[in-house]
Design a protein around this ligand. Structure first.
Ligand SMILES: *Cc1c(COP(=O)(O)O)cnc(C)c1O
Length: 590
């Protein structure tokens, strides 16, 4: 890709959520963080790119707890005017029996070399709309199926209309990148626009295929949006509805993932394990693996930024230089770690009534609370764990995370953590921090001693928080799932829980028990002894986490892979002439 060509757009990036700043509540978790990190990387690379998303004026959910640990949710208010500027025009998006008008808000990302990437937020809260339509862009992942279909129509069809308004028609856009199936209507709307521009339907599809890249993010079948056609019919305009390909329908439902697959010339999974799972789910498609990364300038703690600036100044322009961390004296790494750890412990003790100590080995666990992520695995038998670590040293665990308001099991898991916290206050101290967000994430991934992840194997697409930890010398202790099989060298970059299997593990008691046993053994026999009795060796693992994983699991490496494995081959797919020639040939013949 070339730098800064005014009239061409390298990438139009569509995502239902985008995490740009912590207090802009336009994200719920990993998908949004990846989108934000990607857009910031476009800006650093000087690519002509832009992002399209919805405003989410009331965010995802703000989380508080009652005395029993039940979540109470509030709509967030984040003050869009403080972050965004409103454009002078509106766009009109066709629906079944009406148009929905959207205002457009803009955020300017400036890359580290001064290049800009704009992110557009569509906002249906305008007086021209009826009451229902006015709140369509208010709640991220809110409402029922009908509400979600409407949101996806705004993102997909609305996003395309916005691009046209910005003078980027399909000839000017090299790649439409759909971050997850929420943006699938981009393909359908593009098809509607272009289907008469070519001689044959195959050519239309071939042309659209040469422009669309699709990233899928979930290895769980239930994680893919499927809408009842009866609901879809209530939302979409008739002329769009009739173009839905039959390959994307099954049992009266429209599969948004299949819709994106149908129109995209390239589809990628977000880790090697995830690519394999996705190919099994959709065997007709070749899935490209592009393992996620985290943006190093966002996710390196200020204390570590100072250290790297001093010893390896090249790391900012090129995070692969983090491998040179092996040259930094171990005591400097430790001192830096203790500075960020002290800040974290102070923060924990301030916002909770705990007396956490900076001298105690501290584990961090932060993510969405939902069944397959098994947040309570480590809490299975705390009496036993206390006995096992009794002679070695103490343990502190910091939990945080929200569950989706409709995920009852997720909320119950949070309650369970709360109940265990009440009971256990001896060798093991546990705290649950309220309202996880990006600000809290950087404190945690910069300040704990190891980062914990215990999903059921084959259920985690990638995960990125463990990558963030690696920038900050924090080893990963995790089930071998998502990105971890690629970053894991036992005892060198961190530790596994359980074994590396090709088959999906069963969600049964035996699997649970064996992984609890393995986790407890690792903690009591390997990790805590290393930490308390052989600090030099522990620091070596910390260094390796940066050198081997921080240098690799970053968005710069990821972006280079998107360009070479997804965007570039995509551009070469369309074997016909450009659309203009096709179009004029078409009209000449008539
Ligand atoms: C990084 C991040 C996530 C994603 O973490 P995973 O490891 O992918 O679960 C979620 N929420 C916030 C606030 C984050 O910063």
């Amino acid at each position: 890709m070339k730098k800064n060509r005014d009239n061409l757009l390298d990438v139009a990036y569509f995502s239902m959520e985008v995490a740009i700043e912590s207090d802009m509540a336009t994200y719920s978790g990993g998908l949004g963080v990846l989108a934000g990190d990607t857009l910031k990387t476009f800006a650093d690379f000087g690519y002509t790119a832009l992002g399209i998303t919805l405003l989410h004026e009331h965010g995802y959910v703000e989380q508080e707890f009652d005395s029993e640990g039940s979540q109470i949710y509030f709509p967030e208010t984040w003050g869009k005017e403080n972050y965004l500027s409103k454009l002078s025009f509106t766009i009109k998006i066709p629906f079944k029996d009406r148009f929905v008008v959207c205002a457009v808000w803009q955020y300017e990302i400036t890359g580290q070399f001064g290049d800009k990437v704009l992110v557009y937020f569509l906002d249906s809260n305008v007086p021209q709309n009826n009451k229902y339509d006015r709140i369509l862009t208010s709640y991220l992942y809110g409402g029922d199926a009908q509400y979600r279909i409407c949101q996806e129509q705004i993102l997909g069809s609305g996003g395309l209309i916005l691009l046209e308004k910005l003078k980027y028609n399909s000839e000017k856009v090299r790649v439409y990148h759909l971050n997850e199936g929420h943006a699938s209507f981009v393909g359908l709307s593009l098809y509607q626009q272009l289907r008469n521009c070519f001689n044959t339907q195959e050519k239309v599809l071939e042309y659209i295929n040469s422009k669309l890249a699709f990233t899928t993010h979930t290895p769980i079948p239930a994680g893919h949006d499927r809408f009842m056609m009866t609901d879809v019919k209530k939302a979409l305009p008739k002329d769009l509805l009739k173009l839905i390909p039959k390959e994307t329908l099954k049992g009266g439902k429209l599969c948004m993932t299949r819709l994106s697959l149908y129109f995209s010339g390239a589809v990628n999974g977000v880790a090697l394990t995830h690519e394999k799972v996705t190919e099994k789910m959709f065997p007709e498609y070749d899935v490209i693996p592009v393992t996620n990364g985290a943006y190093h300038l966002e996710w390196t703690h200020p204390e570590f930024k100072k250290l790297y600036d001093k010893y390896i100044p090249e790391w900012r322009q090129d995070p692969s230089f983090l491998r040179r961390v092996l040259d930094i004296p171990g005591n400097k790494i430790w001192k830096t770690h203790m500075k960020s750890k002290k800040k974290l412990i102070k923060y924990v003790n301030t916002i909770s009534s705990n007396k956490f100590s900076e001298d105690v080995f501290t584990l961090g666990y932060a993510r969405r609370f939902t069944s397959y992520k098994r947040p309570t695995l480590i809490l299975d038998n705390l009496e036993k764990l206390e006995k096992m670590i009794f002679s070695v040293g103490r343990l502190q665990i910091i939990f945080t995370g929200k569950s989706h308001p409709r995920d009852k099991q997720g909320a119950d898991l949070i309650k369970e953590v709360f109940q265990k916290i009440q009971k256990h206050k001896r060798k093991i101290s546990i705290v649950f921090l309220e309202d996880y967000n990006m600000k809290m994430a950087i404190k945690l991934v910069g300040g704990v001693d190891a980062w914990l992840n215990t999903p059921l194997q084959k259920h985690e697409a990638s995960g990125t928080s463990g990558m963030k930890a690696a920038f900050n010398a924090i080893p990963h202790l995790s089930v071998l799932d998502g990105w971890w099989p690629e970053g894991w060298v036992e005892g060198v970059t961190g530790w596994s829980i359980g074994t590396n299997l090709n088959k999906a593990k069963l969600d049964d008691k035996a699997t649970w028990n064996s992984e609890v046993t393995d986790l407890y053994n690792k903690l009591s026999k390997v990790i805590l002894p290393l930490y308390y009795q052989d600090r030099t060796s522990y620091i070596r693992v910390m260094k390796n986490a940066i050198a081997l994983n921080g240098s690799y699991f970053n968005t710069y490496r990821m972006m280079n892979e998107y360009v070479s494995k997804v965007y570039f081959p995509l551009g070469k797919r369309f074997v016909g002439n450009n659309i203009q020639n096709e179009y004029s040939k078409n009209s000449n013949e008539k």
